[in-house]
Design a protein around this ligand. Structure first.
Ligand code: SF4
Length: 351
């Protein structure tokens, strides 16, 4: 299988007149100045130099801000620049992210002209009250309309949703996932809300009107969402914001995070919990007291089975008195496993 590379180009806050309560695009993208065509080119060139694999699939991704809200001439400039690399065969596709209310037929025709393949929509919630409370400036009907139009024009559709917005509960987030599944996105990003410096949410947090989700709760909800999307064959391409100098542990001097469920390995926490549930589920189904369980997985999954700082090994020992043995087997598909009970309490006693 060909390796896939993303060439990220950040267009922070460019074209976005909104001020969502949680957003400080400049912190999220780790970039403070506005993008120019020359800089887009420079970023692409520099990233391409680092990819030596000629066969690999390469995608230029305009992240941050709301791409289709940028003045038209600027959009054309950026797209033209990216399209040149497609024409030269150096890059395979283009991806953009934007708001649902910045999608219409004219916009989509323009994106088609430059061979954009994927459009990611910032949805955040399917609940209009929560959207309004977060200052999103659009409603869920607009998400539905934009999603249908995007698919109708033949683009690959992606969604982004949040966990822990003000006044949002786990039920709201599960309902959002259900509503999004109906819109048939190909991929999804799940972001737990972090309180960033300079945002309205920071003010609410300081005033005591917003309580961020504790890490365990954010992990628990994200786990349920990942499972729901996976059950519907929707790729969960990100869980948690990408770590940068600014999106880092709040104790670091450069960090822009004031509070919230930040963890440098957030996705690993979620996936480890899912493996833990699978192992415990298997043990509970048996009518014997298990002493040792052997889990064989693809090498890519083995750290997640063991858990962050061996969390699953420790939990199984402490809660169930079960030893966890993890084995690797390249022939097992990623995400699949062979779970075997290798010792029961009876064997142990006889020994
Ligand atoms: S629409 Fe996007 S870029 Fe604009 S303020 Fe909201 S989250 Fe930030």
């Amino acid at each position: 299988m060909k390796k896939e590379y993303i060439i990220p180009v950040f267009v922070p806050h460019l074209g976005c007149p909104n001020d969502c309560i949680f957003c400080n695009q400049k912190s999220i993208s780790g970039q403070k100045k506005e993008m120019t065509k020359e800089e887009v080119q420079k970023t692409i060139e520099e990233t391409l130099k680092q990819i030596n694999d000629i066969e690999a699939e390469k995608e230029i991704a305009f992240f941050g801000g709301s791409f289709t809200g940028i003045p038209e001439e600027k959009q054309e400039e950026f797209l033209q620049c990216a399209y040149e690399y497609i024409k030269q065969g150096k890059v395979n596709s283009i991806r953009i992210s934007t708001r649902p209310d910045y999608i219409d037929k004219t916009v989509l025709k323009r994106l088609k002209k430059y061979k954009v393949k994927t459009i990611e929509l910032g949805v955040q919630s399917a609940n209009d009250y929560i959207l309004a409370r977060a200052g999103r400036g659009h409603n869920f009907k607009q998400v539905q309309k934009a999603s249908k139009l995007i698919r109708w024009y033949g683009f690959t559709l992606g969604h982004q949703m949040m966990v822990g917005l003000p006044e949002s509960t786990r039920i709201d987030e599960i309902n959002t996932a259900k509503a999004l599944i109906k819109l048939k996105p190909k991929m999804i990003r799940i972001y737990p809300v972090l309180v960033l410096k300079g945002t309205k949410l920071e003010k609410e947090y300081q005033e005591g009107t917003y309580d961020p989700l504790p890490l365990v709760q954010a992990v628990e909800t994200s786990k349920q969402l990942v499972r729901m999307f996976a059950d519907h064959h929707i790729d969960v391409i990100r869980v948690g914001l990408q770590n940068t100098d600014e999106i880092a542990d709040p104790t670091s001097s450069k960090s822009e995070i004031v509070a919230g469920p930040f963890h440098p390995a957030f996705r690993q926490l979620v996936e480890s919990e899912m493996w833990y549930d699978a192992i415990v589920g298997k043990i509970k189904k048996l009518n014997v007291k298990v002493k040792e369980v052997e889990v064989t997985v693809n090498p890519i999954d083995s750290n997640n089975v063991i858990g962050h700082k061996k969390a699953n090994v420790t939990k199984l020992k402490e809660l169930y008195d079960v030893e966890l043995i993890v084995k690797q087997d390249k022939t097992i598909k990623q995400g699949k496993s062979k779970i075997q009970i290798t010792k029961t309490y009876q064997d142990f006693k006889e020994k």
